[in-house]
Design a protein around this ligand. Structure first.
Ligand SMILES: *[C@@H]1O[C@H](CO)[C@@H](O)[C@H](O)[C@H]1NC(C)=O
Ligand SMILES: *[C@@H]1O[C@H](CO)[C@@H](O)[C@H](O)[C@H]1NC(C)=O
Ligand SMILES: *[C@@H]1O[C@H](CO)[C@@H](O)[C@H](O)[C@H]1NC(C)=O
Ligand SMILES: *[C@@H]1O[C@H](CO)[C@@H](O)[C@H](O)[C@H]1NC(C)=O
Length: 445
C-alpha cells in the first residue's frame, strides 16, 4: 500500500501540477459556505439575538488575531524552523465534505489561514466533541498511509513531522493558544456535494471527487477556545503546498473564489473552484497576491493607502503589509496607520466617540439617520476597492454603531477581515499571483 502511494506521489511534481488524480474539471464547481451563526448552520441558535452574534463574532476575531500574532512573532524571533500555525477554531464559515469510501459527510471549518486539511479520527486518543462519528480509516476501503519517505510527508514543516513505528508519516500542529492536532498523514478520497453541473468528472453530476487527497487524520485534538461549534475538522485553503487548493492545483487552474453574504442573511455564501471561480466584467479590480517564503500559508496584499472621504492616508508600503483572511471577522490596521484612519473617520462623521464604546472597538457612535458615513477606498497596488458602510460598520446595540476596524497588535501587519469582504466576489489566482475583487450581490450570485 505504502509503496504504491510513494510511487504515485513521486510522479507528481510539487508546484505546477495537482497531486490529486482527477480528470480536468472543465467548468469548475461551486460549494455552499455556511456561516456558523446563520439560519442554515446546524449550530444556529435562534435564541441568540443579532447583538449576541456580533459580540461572539468579534470575540472570535480577537482570539484568532492573538493566535496569528503569536505565530508571526515566534517566526521572527526564533528564526530556526518556524512552526507554522493553523487557526483551527475561529473560522466563521463551514462547508460539507465527504471523505472515504463509502463517503462519510463531515462539516468542517473553511480556513484561508491554514494549509493542512484534517478531521478527527478513530481510534481517537483525545478529541473534542463533535456531532457525527469520527472518521475511521479501517472502515474506508480507499484509505492509505503516507510513509515517511514520500514527498508529501516532507511537505510538512520539519518540526511538525515525525515518523511512526510503521514508518507512517505523523504530523503535529501546535497553535499559539495551546490548541493542537496530532495524527497521521493519510490519503483518501475527498468529495464535495457541489451545486454545479459538472461534466466528465464522474457519473453523479453533483459529486466532485478527488480520490487521492492528502489529509491529516487527527488522534489528539484540542481546541482550547470556543467549543460552541462542534465541527469535525478543517479544510485548509491557504497557499502552502499541502492545502486543498495547492493539491487540486492544475485541475482547478490554481483558482478559487468566494462571495460572502452577511451572517444574518438566509442565503448561503459561495466557494467556487476552477473556471467557475473566474470573475470578469465591469468593476473587476486586481492586485498582486504576495506569498512570503517565510510564511507561505498566508495571502498578503500590498495596501498603499486608504481614502476617507477627500483625505488619503498613505502607508508607504510596497512589500505586502495586509493579510486577506476569510476567517477573521473584523479588519485590523497597523497601529500608527489605524490612528490616522480613525481620526479621519471621526472628522467626517463629526460625532464624538461614545463613552460606553465596548472593547475591542475603538470608535462607536450613536446612530441616527442623518449621520453620513464617508466613502472609504482601500488603495491596493493596482486596485482601488470602494467599501460600503456595511463593510465598515457593525450595529452593536440599539443605536450603538461601531467601526468594524480596530488596531492590529502585529507589528507592520494589517488584516482584511470578512465583514469588509461581504458582497464582493474575491478571486484568488495562485498561478497568476493576483487577487481580484468585484462588487456583487452574493445572495443572488
Ligand atoms: C498504517 O499505519 C497504522 C499505524 O498508524 C498501522 O497500524 C497500519 O497497519 C498501517 N496500514 C498500512 C496499510 O500500512
Ligand atoms: C462520488 O463519486 C465517487 C466516484 O464515483 C464515489 O466513490 C463516491 O462515493 C461519491 N460520493 C458521494 C458523496 O456520493
Ligand atoms: C430568514 O429566515 C427566518 C426563519 O426561517 C425568517 O424568520 C426571516 O424573516 C428570514 N429573513 C430574511 C431576510 O428573509
Ligand atoms: C486609485 O485611486 C487613486 C486616487 O483616486 C488614483 O490616483 C489611482 O489612479 C487609482 N488607481 C487605479 C488602479 O484605479
Amino acid at each position: 500500500m505504502d509503496s504504491l502511494v510513494f510511487f504515485i506521489l513521486a510522479l507528481c511534481s510539487l508546484s505546477s501540477t495537482s497531486f490529486i488524480e482527477s480528470s480536468k474539471i472543465q467548468n469548475g464547481f461551486t460549494i455552499d459556505l455556511i456561516h456558523r451563526d446563520s439560519p442554515k448552520s446546524p449550530f444556529y441558535n435562534p435564541s441568540l439575538t443579532h447583538l449576541d452574534l456580533i459580540r461572539n463574532a468579534y470575540l472570535r476575531s480577537n482570539s484568532r488575531l492573538n493566535k496569528l500574532s503569536i505565530s508571526l512573532l515566534s517566526n521572527d524571533e526564533k528564526n530556526e524552523s518556524p512552526e507554522s500555525i493553523i487557526l483551527p477554531n475561529n473560522g466563521d464559515y463551514l462547508m460539507r465534505i465527504f471523505i472515504g469510501t463509502p463517503p462519510i459527510e463531515k462539516l468542517v471549518i473553511v480556513d484561508t489561514g491554514s494549509d493542512l486539511t484534517w478531521v478527527q479520527c478513530a481510534p481517537c486518543v483525545n478529541c473534542f466533541t463533535q456531532d457525527t462519528p469520527f472518521y475511521d480509516r479501517t472502515k474506508s476501503s480507499t484509505f492509505s498511509n503516507v510513509s515517511c519517505d514520500t514527498q508529501s510527508c516532507t511537505l510538512l514543516p520539519k518540526k511538525q513531522q515525525f515518523c511512526g513505528k510503521f514508518n507512517e508519516c505523523l504530523y503535529s500542529y501546535h497553535y499559539g493558544d495551546k490548541s493542537y492536532t496530532i495524527g497521521q498523514l493519510g490519503v483518501d478520497s475527498i468529495s464535495f456535494g457541489s451545486n454545479s453541473v459538472v461534466q466528465g468528472v464522474n457519473d453523479n453530476v453533483n459529486n466532485i471527487s478527488f480520490p487521492k487527497s492528502i489529509f491529516g487524520c487527527g488522534y489528539y485534538n484540542v481546541f482550547t477556545a470556543d467549543n460552541s461549534v462542534r465541527t469535525a475538522g478543517l479544510v485548509g485553503l491557504g497557499a502552502g503546498p499541502l492545502s486543498l487548493v495547492s493539491q487540486l492545483g492544475d485541475s482547478i487552474g490554481h483558482k478559487f473564489s468566494y462571495c460572502l453574504v452577511s451572517f444574518t442573511s438566509n442565503s448561503s455564501s459561495k466557494l467556487k473552484f476552477g473556471n467557475e471561480a473566474i470573475i470578469s466584467g465591469d468593476g473587476v479590480v486586481s492586485t498582486p497576491l504576495i506569498i512570503k517564503p517565510s510564511e507561505p500559508t498566508f495571502y498578503y496584499l500590498n495596501l498603499e493607502g486608504i481614502s476617507v472621504g477627500q483625505k488619503t492616508i498613505q502607508t508607504g508600503q510596497t512589500n505586502g503589509n495586509m493579510i486577506i483572511d476569510s476567517g477573521t471577522t473584523l479588519t485590523y490596521l497597523e497601529q500608527s496607520f489605524f490612528d490616522d484612519f480613525v481620526t479621519s473617520v471621526k472628522e467626517v462623521i463629526g460625532l464624538e466617540e461614545r463613552e460606553d464604546t465596548p472593547s475591542p472597538f475603538h470608535y462607536c457612535f450613536t446612530y441616527h439617520p442623518d449621520v453620513g458615513f464617508p466613502y472609504i477606498v482601500l488603495h491596493f497596488t493596482g486596485a482601488n476597492l470602494s467599501l460600503e458602510p456595511k463593510n465598515m460598520l457593525l450595529l452593536y446595540e440599539n443605536n450603538l454603531v461601531c467601526l468594524a476596524v480596530v488596531p492590529s497588535n502585529i507589528q507592520g501587519i494589517s488584516i482584511l477581515g470578512n465583514v469588509a469582504q461581504v458582497d464582493f466576489q474575491v478571486e484568488y489566482d495562485l498561478e497568476g499571483k493576483k487577487l481580484s475583487f468585484v462588487p456583487s450581490n452574493c445572495a443572488k450570485n
